[in-house]
Design a protein around this ligand. Structure first.
Ligand code: SAM
Length: 415
């Protein structure tokens, strides 16, 4: 677990470095190395930065920002990257900096055991969100226009029931949150199947009023908590009360199969998120039940807590003819408000919305999800073409934003 524990000099340099924003190719190169992108991707950024070849200036830039003080940067990755880099420069008949040869020779003798090949190895990826010019008005956009999160991940895609890797849909949801912070800030947000915790970091960054991350796998949950702390967030586990600490994120063990109605009804989020959670047909009935319970809360927990739900009219008569002294709930236009007996209304809450990002890998599984959703009275709308995030990860060739689709789900009982 200790691979990311010490704050890497690489990240410090990356965050401190005030790169000229017009030098986007250098930023892309640096971001791709920090994110441990595939070598062909990093090499192509290096070439783009050098105007077609990996010049001495490009090599010096890589040396200064990544290699001179590599800290705890994943040594086997750097070793293999150096090998590819040197090979490419030699193939171009270019000049290789002495520093690069010397460091490669050092790695050759020091790291014979290449842990990149070990399936259970952990690596620390630094995901940089690069905000384009003209975004400074966005609440999520830092002054430097670069937002970096460190995430410990597994090289084994299936470790932690798939939850110790970063999947494309969580990159997509992160871009969505950072592009449309108004949908999430000051809202109570709840994520299912949170994996490494990237979506939670973005929610905390845009100042969601509450962030609850959940997963049904204990090793994933431990890795998620590690990542939150790595990014200076405080983790609260299994404590029901609302915390006043704005940096507090709650992590819950929540397998969909065993999540009870009362457990879910206590949560009452405004927004529910899920990234790449539609893939296992065995789990889908449980997933849909969890979503339906969370989305249907206006008709259940909210009503129980705030008013009688026997009628939408404030002038409720009981069978004995007496006026109802309890208030009523009016659910319309996506909002819920308490209407008192005197006709005044005191509080209003928007009905919960779920945003689910997914990549269709098996159309039958996806159609099964839609069928189950319909049976559970869920309104499922495809927002892919109408709610697009900015492309903040354009340097990542391993991620294709267009491969991810976005669903908005509400309960038709609350329409
Ligand atoms: C494909 S991963 C996606 C992880 C993360 N959302 C992302 O996009 O990077 C699926 C996640 O759902 C969790 N998961 C799978 N089945 C689950 C279940 N039945 N109950 C709760 N969590 C589950 C896994 O542990 C894993 O973290």
């Amino acid at each position: 677990m200790a691979c990311c524990r010490r704050k890497s000099r690489v990240v410090e340099v990356a965050m401190e470095q005030d790169l000229d924003p017009s030098l986007s190719s250098s930023r892309h190169l640096l971001s791709s190395i920090l994110a441990i992108e595939p070598f062909h991707c990093v090499i192509s950024h290096a070439r783009a930065f050098g105007g077609g070849s990996i010049t001495e200036q490009v090599q010096q830039f890589i040396w200064d920002h990544c290699l001179s003080t590599p800290g705890d940067f994943h040594a086997p990755y750097l070793k293999n990257f150096l090998k590819k880099l040197i090979t490419q420069v030699e193939l171009d008949h270019g000049y290789v900096l002495d520093n690069l040869y010397e460091l490669y020779a050092h790695y050759m003798t020091s790291f014979k055991d290449d842990s990149l090949g070990k399936r259970d190895a952990r690596i620390c990826k630094r995901i940089s969100f690069l905000f384009p010019e003209g975004c400074s008005e966005l609440l999520s956009c830092p002054h430097s226009r670069v937002l970096v999160f460190s995430l410990q991940c597994s090289l084994n895609m299936l470790e932690g029931d798939t939850g110790c890797s970063i999947w494309p849909s969580s990159l997509f949801l992160s871009e969505l949150i950072l592009s449309h912070p108004e949908l999430f800030s000051n809202k109570s947000c709840f994520e299912i199947g949170s994996g490494v915790g990237l979506v939670g970091l973005c929610l905390a960054h845009v100042k969601a009023s509450k962030v609850i991350l959940t997963d049904g796998d204990l090793s994933t949950l431990a890795n998620m908590k590690f990542n939150l702390e790595l990014n200076q967030l405080n983790v609260e586990a299994n404590m029901p009360e609302r915390s006043k600490d704005p940096n507090m994120v709650k992590c819950l063990y929540l397998p969909w199969e065993s999540a009870s109605e009362s457990q879910l009804q206590d949560i009452m989020p405004d927004v529910i998120l899920g990234a790449d959670v539609i893939y296992d047909p065995v789990c889908l009935p449980h997933l849909v039940r969890v979503l339906a319970t969370l989305l249907n809360q206006m008709n259940s927990s909210f009503c129980r807590q705030h008013a009688s739900c026997k009628s939408l009219s404030p002038n409720i008569k009981h069978g004995n003819g007496e006026q109802n002294h309890e208030d009523a709930i009016d659910i319309c236009n996506g909002r819920c408000k308490t209407i008192h007996n005197d006709g005044s209304s005191s509080m209003s809450k928007e009905v919960p919305i779920a945003y689910i990002a997914y990549v269709i890998r098996n159309i039958e599984t996806f159609n099964y999800f839609l069928t189950l959703g319909e049976q559970a009275n869920l309104d499922i709308v495809d927002l892919t073409d109408s709610l697009k995030p900015l492309n903040l990860l354009c340097y990542m060739q391993s991620y294709n934003q267009a491969s991810v689709r976005l669903l908005r789900i509400t309960s038709s009982n609350t329409q």
